[in-house]
Design a protein around this ligand. Structure first.
Ligand code: HEC
Length: 197
């Protein structure tokens, strides 16, 4: 009888214990010690990106035929790089009809960009003046390709943070590119400050 009880307790404990959640011990382990709470933690939905058979990033040397657009950040694309392959960026083409995305671009620009680059793109946003954000209506910015603008939004550059992790839908990033072009059309040309691309 005592043995059976011991075996039952051992079974319960073993069944409920899975010491690693995403490889890091967590307070959830306490919860999981209660077997009828553990279904959540073993659910695939709890760590959907952890499976080796579903790569999150495009495998080098391959071309995605659906879904992902691939990466052209330099170095490890899963880390914050703030740099990208300019040659690839310049070849990325704008798939949108700009006039149809301006309303969305307006909202997104004023959500993510104007705080630094200013409402009209003159580089005079409240944060921008503190970190010398350049105007985006300069001759230099006008000369950038759409793909280059898209890449700056996606990956950031220099001290400008990346916004690809916040504006993660490509169509939304293009909407911002199109809105930047509109600001450039509306503004009088401004000289670019020092510093290069
Ligand atoms: C936190 C402030 C900040 C925010 C927010 C920000 N930027 Fe920037 N941006 C900068 C700084 C600083 C630079 C200069 C980076 C460098 O020196 O390489 C820059 C550079 C740029 C340039 C290149 C300008 C040039 O003359 O070379 C473009 C285009 C640009 N940003 C667009 C955007 C867009 C679009 C957004 C919104 C998604 C955005 N930025 C959000 C700070 C910011």
């Amino acid at each position: 009888m005592a043995r059976k009880l011991l075996a039952a307790v051992a079974l319960l404990t073993l069944g409920g214990c899975n010491f690693y959640y995403n490889d890091v011990p967590s307070p959830d382990d306490l919860m999981k010690a209660v077997p009828w709470f553990d279904h959540m933690i073993t659910s695939r939905a709890a760590s959907p990106y952890q499976r080796a058979d579903i790569p999150r990033l495009t495998v080098p040397g391959t071309v995605p035929v659906t879904g992902s657009e691939g990466h052209w950040a330099t170095g490890d694309a899963s880390k914050l790089q703030y740099a990208f392959d300019i040659a690839v960026a310049d070849r990325v083409t704008n798939p949108t009809r700009p006039e149809e995305t301006l309303a969305k671009g307006d909202t997104l620009y004023h959500t993510f960009c104007s705080v630094c680059h200013g409402t009209a793109g003159a580089g005079d946003g409240a944060v921008g003046v503190k970190m010398a954000a350049p105007p985006i209506v300069s001759d230099r910015a006008r000369a950038y390709t759409d793909g280059y603008l898209y890449s700056i939004i996606r990956y950031g550059r220099g001290v400008m943070p990346m916004y690809g992790d916040k504006v993660y839908h490509p169509a939304d990033r293009w909407a911002i590119v199109n809105y930047v072009r509109k600001l450039q059309r509306d503004a009088a040309p401004v000289a670019a400050p020092g510093g290069a691309r």
